[in-house]
Write a protein that binds this ligand. Structure first.
Ligand code: BGC
Length: 474
C-alpha cells in the first residue's frame, strides 16, 4: 500500500466515524469533545463495523436494472427491489456504457446511493484472472496469469473510489468473486470433473492471491463489508454422507487458508454468500433429505439421483451449517451469511402442492421437489424458474439477509456462440439441446433458448421469473 493511500484512508476513517450514525465509532473523543487521531489498527476498524449491515437498512436500488425491470409488463411490482451492481470488468469501474452495466460507473452508483438516502449498497467484485474456470459463459477479460492487472487496475481503483469520505455514511457490501474457490476443490485433477483451466488456476494460486488481496484492501476501509462467494449446496454440499467426495470441509478449509495471505485477517471477512446467480431452493417444503422412503434414507439411496448423497436439501440448512464450518476454520464467530434468492422461487402451475404418495424413493423425490431442474449442477438460464424470496434482512438465524445479487432478467450465457468483446465464451450448458457432461451427471442442460450473452437482458426470462415467482408477486 502506498503512503499516500494510507494518508487518504486516515481521513476516510475520521469522516466515516463522524458521518456513520449507526456505526459504533472507533474514534476516541477526548474530554473537550475533540476527536483524537483514529487508529489504523485493523481490530479497531473491524469493531467500527456493525454486526449485520442489512439490519434496519434501506438498500440501494440500481437505476440501470430498475429501469429495465419497470419497462417489462408487470415489472413495476419489483422494479424498486435492490439488486447487485456488478463490476464485471475494469471498464465497469468508470462506466463504459456496456450492455451489462450501462453508463454508470462505481462513483456514479455510490453518488446515486447517497442521493437515494440508502444505508447499504451491494457491489459485486468479479474479475479474477482466469475467471469461471469450469465454464465458458462468464470467462472474463483477464487471462490466468494477469494477477498484477487484477490488483493494480481493478482492486486498487475500486478501493480508492470507495475510500472517498463522501461515501463514509454508506455501508458498502462487497460480494467477492462468484464461482471461484470451490472450483479448486471440485473441478481439478484427479477428479473426473477437472477442467484444464481450473487445473491452471489451482497451480498458479491466482484465485487465492487475488481474493485475499481484495479482502485485505477492501476490508481496510471502515465502512466495507466483505462477503465471499461460497457456491451453493448443490455444489459443495457433499461431505458427511459421502466422505469420498468431501467438498464441504475441503472448501471451508480452502477459504480458511486465505487468512494471513496478503495481510488479509479474519476480520476482513464479514461473511459469505451462497447461491449467487444460482437456482437452488431455500428449503424443500415437502421432504427431508434423510427421510426414510422405501426402507432407506433418501440421501443414502443410489437410485435417488437428485440427491446423490448430498447432505443438504436447500440453501438455508447448507448456509447455516457452512457458517459453523467456516468458524471452525478460523473465521470470526459472528460472521453472517447472505443467500441470493433472486431466482430460486420455483412457483407457477408446475409447483407441487404436497409430498408425493409414491413409495418408490426416486419417484417420491421427483414428484415432491419444488426445484424442477434436471440436476442441481444445471446453472444456466433454467427454464421454469421464478423469483424467490424478496430481499430482506435477518430472515433466519445466522443469515444476515436474503439478497438479489443476480439481477433478474440478466442472462447466464448465450444459447449459442455470439461473438462479443467481453471475453465471454459459449458454454454448452446454456444450449437447450445439450445433453450434459460429467459435471451435471450427463443430464439435459434445462436452459432456455434464444438467450443473449451473460449479463445481457432477456425480456422472456424476466417475464417467466415474474410469472413463476414464489412467493408470488401481486
Ligand atoms: C456475467 C456478468 C454480469 C453478471 C450479472 C455474469 O454471469 O458474466 O457480465 O454482469 O452475470 O448479470
Amino acid at each position: 500500500m502506498s503512503l499516500s493511500r494510507r494518508k487518504h484512508r486516515r481521513v476516510g476513517l475520521l469522516a466515516a466515524a463522524a458521518l456513520a450514525a449507526t456505526t459504533v465509532s472507533a474514534v476516541a473523543v477526548n474530554a473537550a469533545g475533540a476527536e483524537e487521531h483514529p487508529s489504523q489498527d485493523p481490530a479497531e476498524i473491524a469493531q467500527a463495523k456493525v454486526d449485520n449491515p442489512y439490519a434496519g437498512a434501506q438498500v440501494y436500488v440500481n437505476p440501470v436494472w430498475s429501469e429495465k425491470a419497470a419497462a417489462e409488463p408487470g415489472g413495476e411490482a419489483i422494479a424498486d427491489q435492490p439488486t447487485g451492481v456488478w463490476l464485471d470488468r475494469i471498464g465497469a469501474i468508470e462506466g463504459n456504457d456496456s450492455p451489462t452495466t450501462g453508463s454508470m460507473g462505481l462513483k456514479d452508483h455510490l453518488d446515486e446511493a447517497v442521493s437515494q438516502g440508502a444505508d447499504v449498497i451491494q457491489i459485486v467484485i468479479y474479475n479474477l484472472p482466469g475467471r469461471d474456470c469450469a465454464a465458458l459463459a462468464s470467462n472474463g477479460e483477464l487471462p490466468a496469469d494477469a494477477i498484477d492487472r487484477y490488483k493494480g487496475e481493478y482492486i486498487d481503483p475500486i478501493v480508492d473510489i470507495m475510500d472517498d469520505p463522501a461515501y463514509a455514511g454508506l455501508r458498502i457490501v462487497n460480494v467477492i468473486e462468484i464461482d471461484s474457490l470451490p472450483n479448486l476443490i471440485t473441478n481439478v485433477a484427479p477428479r473426473e470433473t477437472a477442467t484444464d483451466n481450473c487445473n491452471t488456476m489451482k497451480a498458479n494460486g491466482n484465485y487465492q492471491d487475488g481474493i485475499s488481496y481484495a479482502l485485505a484492501e477492501l476490508g481496510a476501509l471502515p465502512n466495507t463489508y466483505n462477503y465471499i462467494d461460497a457456491g451453493h449446496h448443490g455444489w459443495i454440499g457433499w461431505g458427511d454422507t459421502n466422505p469420498q467426495y468431501d467438498n464441504f470441509h475441503a472448501s471451508a478449509e480452502l477459504f480458511g487458508s486465505l487468512i494471513g495471505m496478503n495481510g488479509a485477517t479474519a476480520s476482513d471477512v464479514h461473511g459469505f454468500i451462497t447461491n449467487t446467480a444460482n437456482y437452488s431452493v431455500l428449503e424443500e417444503p415437502y421432504w427431508e433429505v434423510d427421510q426414510v422412503v422405501g426402507g432407506q434414507p433418501i440421501n443414502q439411496n443410489p437410485d435417488v439421483k437428485w440427491v446423490d448423497w448430498n447432505d443438504f436439501n436447500g440453501e438455508l440448512d447448507f448456509a447455516q451449517a457452512f457458517r459453523e464450518e467456516l468458524v471452525s476454520n478460523g473465521f470470526n464467530s459472528n460472521i453472517g451469511m447472505l443467500i441470493d434468492t433472486s431466482r430460486n422461487g420455483w412457483g407457477g402451475a408446475d409447483r407441487p402442492t404436497g409430498p408425493s404418495s409414491s413409495s418408490d424413493p426416486a419417484t417420491f423425490v421427483d414428484e415432491s421437489r419444488i426445484d424442477r431442474r434436471y440436476q442441481k449442477g444445471n446453472w444456466c438460464n433454467q427454464a421454469g424458474a421464478g423469483l424467490g424470496e424478496r430481499p430482506q434482512a435477518a430472515p433466519e438465524s445466522g443469515i444476515d439477509a436474503y439478497v438479489w445479487i443476480k439481477p433478474p432478467g440478466e442472462s447466464d450465457g448465450s444459447s449459442e456462440y455470439i461473438p462479443n468483446p467481453e471475453g465471454k465464451g459459449f458454454d454448452e450448458m446454456c444450449d437447450p439441446d445439450y445433453q450434459g457432461n460429467i459435471r451435471n451427471g450427463n443430464n439435459p442442460s434445462g436452459a432456455r433458448g434464444d438467450m443473449p450473452i451473460s449479463g445481457h437482458w432477456s425480456s422472456e426470462q424476466f417475464q417467466e421469473l415474474l410469472q413463476n415467482a414464489y412467493p408470488p408477486v401481486n
